[in-house]
Design a protein around this ligand. Structure first.
Ligand code: HEM
Length: 482
């Protein structure tokens, strides 16, 4: 076998990679060791900041195939014609732990999909749960801090999590999911994905519909019990996904949507833009629309998975946001994180670059390059401003103008304290459909962490469980005693 010639980062052939130039065999090194210095200096710069949340993850490429046209609801190009295939990149993750934490933490799982459509990238940045702990973005840093390590001891501290939850009852629904038997997926292949938020479609006539994504695993739901997770391989879910794809056992999900008209939203009893609540399936049935398959592993984990930059604001014509307050917080947070973590031109990296022409008047910045996909307008004709008189200067297209977003008539600006709203019915409904074994696992899982908390936190949590279902509180109380 003839090996490729080793080179410097500038491409020059290297004659010796093992021995630096020294003054005699026992002597010191000299300044002409620029090659050794290049290696050491690059090594010092190998890290970029890890994601502040969802730091540990696994990514892969695949395809989304539309099986039911959504033309009636949206002009989005990739949702028009049945059979249409769209390339995707998906990154799964845990939320709270750092890059070197455990794959089998009791934690929600991130489920982020980048659809490389003809009209630009559309990102669905969801989780494996249909709801979340919060509904106001201002609480996100507080909530995440309560899940992270104790700032003094640098150790996991379940007392912080329960102290936050005891003071913030709107989290109860998601806490019930997290502490249930679904709290630790056995693999990324064996879990569902949800947009969780309400988003909107709009169609050719300018009509808007609210919708939620559901991606149901075709591998079936599999989970680990707490005692199984405690002895599981910390790299288990990374290994499971990479090996399944390598052997051609491609995991897939059935894509479904729930859709609500503007009038139904006005009439809905539960606020359809409240991220702590689900939409009842009997009123808003799941409509099957496609198949999502993962079929290609990344070639380089850092270049692709680590530098992947998803943003809930990456919409395409026909898809947009909603009045969900949490979603609005997210619409600004992610690009800010990418500029800090990856760099201002993160969208030019191959994993993030659109597979359609990208034409704009943004200029320069660190690592600006010419995108191999033919995108990124670098003003080669000299047009770096708009409006201009040049034929090749890109111009906005009124045809993709979004219809006006409806807001509540006569609404006023204020801070609305929603603490008196019902945080308990949906958590109780979830508890009531659990089997006896599932209810007991839930109680035991809660008692594991809550048992380490002081009496006041325990009492406030028990009061929340009681409001959801008396049996929920009774079981947790008994598990705490045991
Ligand atoms: C106001 C609330 C939230 C804020 C401020 C927020 C912020 C962030 C930030 C800063 C990141 C790291 C981004 C990066 O460095 O690449 C992130 C990652 C992520 N977030 Fe959120 N988040 C919020 C709520 C949510 C919710 C409700 C979901 C799910 C429904 C979610 C799903 C994700 C996922 C899946 C990732 C990882 C994406 C990837 O794989 O790169 N987040 N979030």
């Amino acid at each position: 076998m003839t090996k490729k010639v080793l080179t410097t980062s500038a491409g020059a052939p290297v004659s010796d990679d093992n021995n630096s130039i020294s003054v005699g065999p026992r002597g010191p090194l000299t300044y002409d060791n620029h090659y050794t210095f290049e290696k050491l200096a690059h090594f010092n710069r190998e890290r970029i900041p890890e994601r502040v949340v969802h730091a540990r993850g696994t990514g892969a490429y695949g395809t989304f195939t539309l099986t039911k046209s959504l033309k009636e609801f949206t002009i989005a190009d990739f949702l028009q014609n049945e059979g249409k295939r769209t390339d995707v990149f998906i990154r799964f993750s845990t939320v709270g732990g750092g890059q070197d934490s455990h794959d089998f933490a009791r934690d929600p799982r991130g489920f982020a999909i980048k659809f490389y459509t003809k009209q630009g990238n559309y990102d669905m940045v969801g989780n494996n749960t249909p709801v979340f702990f919060l509904r106001d973005p201002s609480k996100f840093p507080d909530f995440i801090h309560s899940q992270k390590k104790n700032p003094r001891t640098n150790l996991p501290d379940p007392r912080m999590a329960y102290e936050f939850w005891a003071n913030y009852p709107q989290a109860l629904h998601q806490v019930t999911i997290l502490m249930s038997d679904r709290g630790i997926p056995a693999s990324y292949r064996n879990m569902n994905g949800y947009s969780s938020h309400t988003y909107s479609f709009w169609n050719e006539k300018g009509e808007r519909f609210w919708f939620k994504w559901h991606f149901k695993t075709n591998q079936g739901i599999k989970t680990l019990r707490a005692e199984e997770a405690a002895v599981a391989d910390p790299h288990g879910t990374q290994q499971d996904l990479v090996e399944a794809i390598d052997r051609g056992d491609f995991p897939s999900w059935t894509a479904k949507v729930q859709i609500m008209t503007e009038q139904q939203a006005r009439d809905a009893e539960v606020n359809p833009f409240d991220l702590t609540k689900v939409w009842p399936h009997d009123e808003f049935p799941l409509i099957e629309v496609g198949q999502l398959e993962l079929n290609r592993n990344v070639d380089n984990y850092f270049a692709e998975t680590e530098q992947a930059a998803f943003a809930p604001s990456n919409f395409v014509p026909g898809i947009s946001s909603s009045p969900d307050k949490m979603l609005q917080g997210r619409l600004l947070a992610y690009q800010d994180a990418h500029r800090y973590r990856v760099g201002v031109n993160y969208n030019q990296l191959p994993v993030n670059a659109a597979k359609c022409p990208v034409n704009h008047y943004q200029r320069d910045g660190a690592m600006a390059g010419l995108c191999p996909a033919g995108g990124h307008h670098h003003q080669t004709s000299g047009a770096n401003f708009y409006p201009n008189d040049r034929d090749d200067g890109p111009a906005p297209d009124q045809a993709v103008a979004e219809p006006p977003m409806p807001v509540e008539a006569g609404a006023w600006l204020d801070r609305f304290d929603t603490d008196e709203e019902d945080h308990y019915t949906q958590a109780g409904n979830l508890f009531r459909i659990m089997s006896d074994d599932q209810k007991q696992q839930l109680a035991n899982n809660i008692a594991g962490g809550l048992g380490q908390c002081d009496a006041s936190v325990q009492q406030r949590m028990l009061a929340q469980f009681e409001k959801a279902d008396a049996d929920y509180a009774a079981r947790v109380a008994a598990a705490l005693k045991a």
